[in-house]
Each structure stands twice: as structure tokens, then as C-alpha cells.
Write a protein that binds this ligand. Structure first.
Ligand SMILES: Cc1cc2nc3c(=O)[nH]c(=O)nc-3n(C[C@H](O)[C@H](O)[C@H](O)COP(=O)(O)OP(=O)(O)OC[C@H]3O[C@@H](n4cnc5c(N)ncnc54)[C@H](O)[C@@H]3O)c2cc1C
Length: 381
């Protein structure tokens, strides 16, 4: 077991860290305040190759694996959680999913534009009546000649207001339960497809979220991924990667809170000494540091399994559950360490707390992660 990153991974980490500090972090407060998607950042990320990090070189990407992506994700999430969430939806949930499951023709058509950032991506699983119970989706696609006709709706879709390419899970067999789900590539502009107004959210405000509506939406049959009723494995495998990268995102958020709390605790004087000298404060910082490191190791382990092509639902759930709850604890403790200043917008930890709070909900709630882990424990001999 070697805990060191490769030379190439260290170079990518260094490049992304500089970019995140110089280009992403300075916009974080503004895009939160204005609920504005940072299109200019995504343009630059496309130029740097970051949007195609997981896309194979033959389709215009950089051809890196999930572990390297986690390394990059932590840096971006450290700088701005909203940017990291939209990056996750575009690069992992849409582009990487298509790179793993699409046909050669589908990949040639869609991946180069996703890698360059000319087009932005999203994924649509959740429906108003199917959240945690995602396999009960009812949005339905029926074949009609050379097309499929989709009816139904999706909700809480990250990037929906700005995306061009949507991977959409629908039902194609009403009797087959989880085995009756298919995946389609839907383009903005397909007849019968529309996007709702952005939701007003507690946090992650620079990452727009909206509903999708399918009203006799016509999709060419060649946009069906893998074949009818073949998407259960795609969906479950995709969730493993989503949760793994979501864990790395949480590590970045936790580290952002920790860094601010640490600096403040060393500077702020009360009772004639820096507050870091008080045991109750340094204990919080020590716990934050330990938990960030533990969360990173869990994320790296799940990412390594993803890269080895091993199904890793329990490991991904361990990483996502621990990481997302760690980030909430770290951000909440950071607010406490900053005292009244922590409650003020100027000091940023309140924004970090609002942002990381989403991590225990999106991509499967903490309760659902515990159920997955419980199933794994009880299923062992
Ligand atoms: C900012 C944001 C972005 C998102 N982006 C996307 C996206 O891009 N694409 C997408 O498809 N979805 C997206 N989602 C949706 C997200 O995945 C769902 O919100 C999540 O899976 C929970 O579903 P729900 O909101 O319907 O809650 P529900 O499933 O209704 O859950 C409500 C509560 O009940 C609990 N609960 C449910 N079932 C059980 C059970 N069996 N045992 C114990 N407790 C249970 C839950 O844990 C939760 O606490 C996003 C959500 C948010 C907030």
C-alpha cells in the first residue's frame, strides 16, 4: 500500500490548487450573493482540460481516473462549493457516465464538446415522487418509429438552467420494477423538453438547480444508451462514482472551514492570549484535522476501487457519509470558533456551512448511506 500520489497527480494537484486560489475562490462570495453560475470559470476550466479530466483522450479529454479527479475536486471545493457541485454534475455525473456507458457514436458526438466546455452537462434521476426511492421513477418513454416519446418530470437537477446535454433516467417497462429503467441523452432544444426556473436554495447558490419537463418530448432512438431496460447497472455504478467524488468535495469544504478557523484562532486574542491556546478551541481544531484526513483516506480508497473497475457501493457510502457529515461538523465548529464574526457573511464560514449542508442530502441522503452500509454488514456471512 502506497499512500503517496504519483508525480503526475501531484502536478495536477498543484495546477488545480493555483487555479482554484487565483480564479475560483475570489468569486465564491459574489456568486453566492447573486445566485449566479460562474460561466467564465467553466470556460477557463475547459481551456485547462479540467472539464475533460475523466474523458478518454480519443474523445477530447485528458484520460485521468477517479482518484486523480478526487484530488482536483478537493482543491476546487476548497475554493468554492458551488463551483465544485456544478463541476461534479458536468464532469462526473454526465461526461464520465457517458464515457463509461455510451456507444462509440454517442461518445464521438457528445464528449468532445463536454470536454472543452462548449456544452455543459447534467444528470436527471430524481423526480417529485421518487427521491431516495429513486428506482420507483415514473417518467416514461415509449417507442414511436425511429424515436422515443418521453412524458414526465424531474426535479432538483444541478446545472439544468445552463446545461445543453442531459442524461435522463426513465422507465421503459412499467411492469419490470428496477429492471425497467433506461437512460437517454436529451439535448436542450429537443421538442417537448423544457427547464423550469432556478430554485432559491439555502446554499450552493452559484450552482443552479431546476426542474425538467417532458411533454411528448421526442428523442431519436440512437440516443438510447446501451439499450432498453439496461440502465439499472449504469445508475448504480454511477452512484458509486458520484458518492466517491462527493466525498472528496466534502473534504475540500471541511478543509476550507478548518483553514479559516485555524488562522482565526491563532490571531484572535481574548483574556490576553490567542484563543487557540484554550483547550476547548484547540481540541476542536485537532478533531477537525483528524476527521479531514480520515475522510480523505476513505475517499481515496473508494476512488482507487472505482479505478480498478470494482463495484464499491459500501466503500463509496462510507466515504460519502463520513465526509459529508464531517464537513458539516467542521463548518459548524468553524462558525463557533469565529464567535460572532463567524455568524457574519464577511467571514465566509457561514456560507461554507450553508453549502456543505447539501452534502448529506444530494447523491443519496445520510440515512440512505447508512441503509446501504447496514445491508452490506448484514449480508456478510
Ligand atoms: C442542491 C441539490 C442538487 C441536486 N442535484 C441533483 C441532480 O443533479 N440530479 C438528480 O437526479 N438529483 C439531484 N438532487 C436530488 C437528491 O439526490 C435528492 O434530494 C435526494 O436523493 C433525496 O431525495 P428527496 O429530496 O426526494 O428526499 P426524500 O427521499 O423524500 O427523503 C426525505 C427524508 O426521508 C428520509 N428517508 C427516505 N427514505 C428513507 C428510509 N428508507 N429510511 C430512513 N429514512 C428515509 C431521507 O433520508 C430524508 O431525510 C439534488 C438535490 C439537491 C438538494
Amino acid at each position: 500500500m502506497d499512500f503517496r500520489l504519483s508525480e503526475e497527480q501531484l502536478e495536477i494537484q498543484d495546477m488545480v490548487r493555483k487555479f482554484a486560489r487565483n480564479e475560483i475562490a475570489p468569486l465564491a462570495a459574489e456568486i453566492d450573493r447573486e445566485s449566479r453560475f460562474p460561466a467564465e470559470t467553466f470556460r477557463k476550466m475547459g481551456e485547462l482540460g479540467l472539464l475533460g479530466l475523466l474523458i478518454p483522450e480519443e474523445y477530447g479529454g485528458v484520460g485521468q481516473g477517479v482518484l486523480t479527479f478526487c484530488v482536483a475536486m478537493e482543491e476546487i471545493a476548497w475554493a468554492c462549493a458551488s463551483t465544485s457541485l456544478s463541476y461534479l454534475a458536468h464532469s462526473v455525473l454526465c461526461a464520465h457516465n457517458l464515457a463509461c456507458n455510451g456507444s462509440d457514436a454517442q461518445k464521438r458526438k457528445y464528449l468532445p464538446d463536454l470536454a472543452s466546455g462548449k456544452k455543459l452537462g447534467a444528470i436527471a434521476m430524481t423526480e417529485p415522487g421518487a427521491g431516495s426511492d429513486v428506482l420507483s421513477i415514473t417518467t416514461f418513454a415509449e417507442r414511436s418509429g425511429g424515436e422515443y416519446v418521453i412524458n414526465g418530470s424531474k426535479t432538483f437537477i444541478t446545472n439544468a438552467p445552463v446545461a445543453d446535454t442531459f442524461l435522463v433516467y426513465v422507465r421503459t417497462d412499467k411492469q419490470a420494477g428496477p429492471g425497467g429503467i433506461s437512460q437517454f441523452i436529451v439535448e436542450r432544444g429537443f421538442p417537448g423538453f423544457s427547464v423550469g426556473q432556478p430554485f432559491h436554495k439555502m446554499g450552493m447558490r452559484g450552482s443552479p438547480t431546476a426542474e425538467l419537463f417532458f411533454d411528448d418530448c421526442r428523442v431519436p432512438a440512437e440516443n438510447l444508451v446501451r439499450g432498453e431496460n439496461r440502465a439499472l447497472g449504469i445508475l448504480l455504478g454511477g452512484l458509486d462514482v458520484e458518492r466517491t467524488v462527493g466525498a472528496a468535495m466534502a473534504v475540500g469544504g471541511g478543509r476550507a472551514a478548518f483553514d479559516r478557523a485555524r488562522s482565526y484562532a491563532m490571531e484572535r486574542q481574548q483574556f490576553g492570549q490567542p484563543i487557540a491556546m484554550f483547550e476547548m478551541i484547540i481540541e476542536k481544531l485537532a478533531n477537525m484535522s483528524m476527521e479531514i484526513e480520515a475522510a480523505r483516506l476513505l475517499a481515496y480508497k473508494a476512488a482507487t476501487l472505482c479505478d480498478q473497475g470494482v463495484r464499491c457501493s459500501a466503500e463509496a457510502s462510507h466515504a460519502k457519509l463520513f465526509g459529508s457529515e464531517m464537513a458539516v461538523r467542521a463548518a459548524s465548529d468553524a462558525v463557533q470558533i469565529l464567535g460572532g464574526y463567524g455568524y457574519m457573511q464577511e467571514y465566509e464560514v457561514e456560507r461554507i456551512l450553508r453549502d456543505v449542508r447539501m452534502g448529506t442530502i444530494g447523491g443519496g441522503t445520510s440515512e440512505i448511506q447508512r441503509l446501504i452500509i447496514a445491508k452490506e454488514i448484514l449480508g456478510r456471512n
